[in-house]
Write a protein that binds this ligand. Structure first.
Ligand SMILES: [Zn+2]
Length: 221
């Protein structure tokens, strides 16, 4: 009996000894994928950027409500799911959809160019989601920008004539989809989107778009 107890304690000691090693290992593999200057909880520069974003959204007369989501700097909900005439339509999830103000503002500013291409709606699967980046089908320790409310996965695009183009099926032969990609790629408000064109392995069926959150030091103001 005493022997078995000693054996048990030995196993506990081993488990305790090995856990800090494992924790240290996973820490060293963590690669930052956040906007420059981003931290959590939000720092003053982020709070400042959020306030400015909401002010600008208000100036554009976008009706929004406050939302709540962990790690989203400026969480809002746009009840109409429409920004300057471009609708955001979920492909299957039910709302409300929380997003960071900076994504809403960036989409609002890009909307006229999208409308010019004949686009009436961006059909998405996910906006905010606390998830990690996948590489070659494997989960990494890199926090996805979906987790901070700045990214959106667009699977389909609806046109003014009612047609719905699926990225997977139509990217190669419907000119409008690469044109939509170029609008996002050419905008300073967005990082380069991931698409079947530049990432056929990971994004053969959707555009992953990410808004920037420009942070300026509050000290230099
Ligand atoms: Zn994505």
């Amino acid at each position: 009996m005493a022997f078995r107890l000693v054996g048990f304690l030995g196993a506990v000691a081993l488990a305790l000894a090995s856990s800090p090693v494992a924790a240290g290992k996973s820490k060293s593999r963590r690669v930052p994928n956040m906007p420059r200057g981003w931290s959590w909880p939000a720092n003053p520069a982020m709070v400042d950027a959020g306030k400015r974003c909401l002010e600008t959204l208000g100036e554009h007369e976008v009706a929004y409500e406050g939302g709540s989501a962990k790690k989203v700097n400026t969480p809002i909900v746009v009840p109409t799911m429409e920004l300057a005439g471009i609708r955001l339509e979920p492909t299957w999830r039910k709302g409300p959809f929380v997003l960071d103000c900076h994504l809403a503002l960036a989409l609002h500013e890009l909307a006229p160019e999208l409308k010019e291409l004949g686009v009436s709606a961006l059909r998405f699967s996910t906006i905010h989601d606390h998830r990690y980046v996948k590489r070659n089908g494997r989960k990494t320790n890199i926090l996805s920008r979906h987790a901070i409310g700045l990214a959106m996965d667009i699977f389909e695009v609806r046109l003014h004539d009612g047609r719905v183009l699926k990225v997977k099926q139509s990217y190669a032969d419907e000119e409008v989809l690469p044109a939509v990609e170029r609008v996002f790629a050419g905008s300073e408000r967005f990082r380069t989107p991931l698409t079947p064109g530049n990432d056929p392995k990971g994004h053969d069926d959707h555009f992953h778009i990410e808004a920037r959150m420009p942070l300026r030091s509050t000290r230099t103001r």
